[in-house]
Design a binder for this molecule. Structure first.
Ligand SMILES: [Mg+2]
Length: 305
C-alpha cells in the first residue's frame, strides 16, 4: 500500500485535481493507497512514526516543511519517501529533480531508485535541508507571526525588507568539532543540500549523502556587507571570498552574544545557543531513475547506491 500524507496548508495549496489524478494513476497500477490530511504542526511526524514497516512508500503532498515533519517520523525505517513539489520553494524536490506531474510521480514509485539521505539535528530537532541562524531566522520568525494559510515568494517581501533595515547582526562564536572557527559579527547557514530560496546555492557543495553537514558563515556587521555577500552568493563564488567561512562537519556549536532566532527548513527554529550534529539514522528517499553514466543526474557523477 502507498500512503499519501497531505498538508492542505502547503505553499501552493492542495491542488485537488492533481491529487485525484495521482490517486487514480496509483490505483491503475493495481496498488491501494490511503491518505492522511494533517491539521496541525507535529501531526505528520506522529502519523509517520506510527506507520508499519511493510508499507511500500510514503508520498508527501506538501512542501519542504511537511517533508521535514514526515522525515522526522520515518528516520531509521525502511519505508522510502517521495517528496512532491507542492510548497513554495520545494528545495528537496528540486534537488532530487522530482517533477510535479502525477503520471511521472507514479513512474518514480514504479521504477525510481531508493537513496539514503542524511539528517541533521539541531538541539534535538531534526532537519534535512538547510537552516539559517541570525538574519534569515528573523525573516522566517516575522513571516510566521503574520502568516495565515498559503504563502508565496511575495509573502517574504516585507519581512525581508523590514529585517534588512532593522537587523542588528549578532556576534557569533562558532565551534566545529570542538575547535573555534569564527568569532565575529555575522550570519550563518548549515545545509544538507546546496539549494536555498530563490535559486541561491548557499551551501554550494553540500551533498545529502556524504555523512557531513556544510557550514557557511558570512562575516557581516552592517547592511552593505550583506548586499555584497548576497551578490557573490548569486554568482556562486562566495566560498572563495574574504569574510566567508566554508566548512564540513559532524558536530558544530553556535553561541551568540544574545539569543537570536534560527529557521529550520523554512520554519521557525530554536533560538541560539545551538548544538548541531548529524543524526545516525538515515532517511530513505525515492528519486527518479538514473539517466545513465553521462546524464545530468546523479550530481557531478557521484555514484549513489
Ligand atoms: Mg552532506
Amino acid at each position: 500500500m502507498i500512503q499519501i500524507i497531505i498538508n492542505p496548508r502547503s505553499g501552493s495549496g492542495i491542488r485537488r485535481g492533481m491529487l485525484s489524478e495521482l490517486k487514480a494513476a496509483i490505483r491503475a497500477r493495481g496498488w491501494t493507497c490511503s491518505e492522511y490530511v494533517t491539521t496541525a504542526p507535529g501531526d505528520a511526524t506522529r502519523f509517520a512514526a506510527a506507520l508499519g514497516d511493510d508499507l511500500q512508500s510514503v508520498v508527501v503532498w506538501g512542501g519542504d516543511g511537511t517533508v521535514r515533519e514526515v522525515a522526522a517520523g520515518l528516520v531509521g525505517k525502511p519505508i522510502p519517501l517521495l517528496a512532491c513539489p507542492l510548497g513554495t520553494e520545494n528545495l528537496l524536490a528540486k534537488e532530487l529533480r522530482i517533477p510535479a506531474q502525477p503520471q511521472r510521480l507514479v513512474d518514480i514509485l514504479v521504477a525510481g531508485r531508493v537513496v539514503d539521505c542524511d539528517l541533521g539535528s539541531v538541539n534535538g530537532r531534526s532537519f534535512m535541508l538547510i537552516m539559517g541562524i541570525g538574519f534569515d531566522g528573523e525573516v522566517v520568525r516575522r513571516l510566521a507571526s503574520v502568516r495565515q494559510g498559503h504563502i508565496t515568494h511575495l509573502s517574504y517581501f516585507w519581512p525581508i525588507w523590514r529585517t534588512f533595515w532593522e537587523h542588528d547582526f549578532p556576534r557569533m562564536r562558532i565551534q566545529v568539532e570542538g575547535q573555534e572557527v569564527f568569532n565575529d559579527y555575522g550570519l550563518a547557514f548549515v545545509g544538507n543540500i546546496s539549494r536555498y530560496a530563490v535559486g541561491l546555492r548557499i551551501c554550494r557543495d553540500a551533498q545529502f549523502n556524504d555523512g557531513l553537514l556544510d557550514l557557511v558563515v558570512f562575516s557581516c556587521r552592517e547592511q552593505t556587507a550583506l548586499v555584497l555577500h548576497a551578490a557573490w552568493t548569486l554568482l556562486r563564488v562566495h566560498p572563495l571570498k574574504g569574510g566567508v567561512i566554508y566548512r564540513r562537519f559532524k558536530h558544530c556549536h553556535i553561541e551568540t552574544d544574545r539569543p537570536v532566532p534560527s529557521q529550520i527548513d523554512g520554519d521557525v527554529g530554536p533560538n541560539t545557543p545551538l548544538d548541531i550534529r548529524m543524526e545516525t539514522g538515515k532517511l530513505r528517499l525515492l528519486v527518479p531513475p538514473s539517466r545513465g553514466p553521462n546524464g545530468l543526474w546523479p550530481w557531478r557523477g557521484d555514484s549513489i547506491v
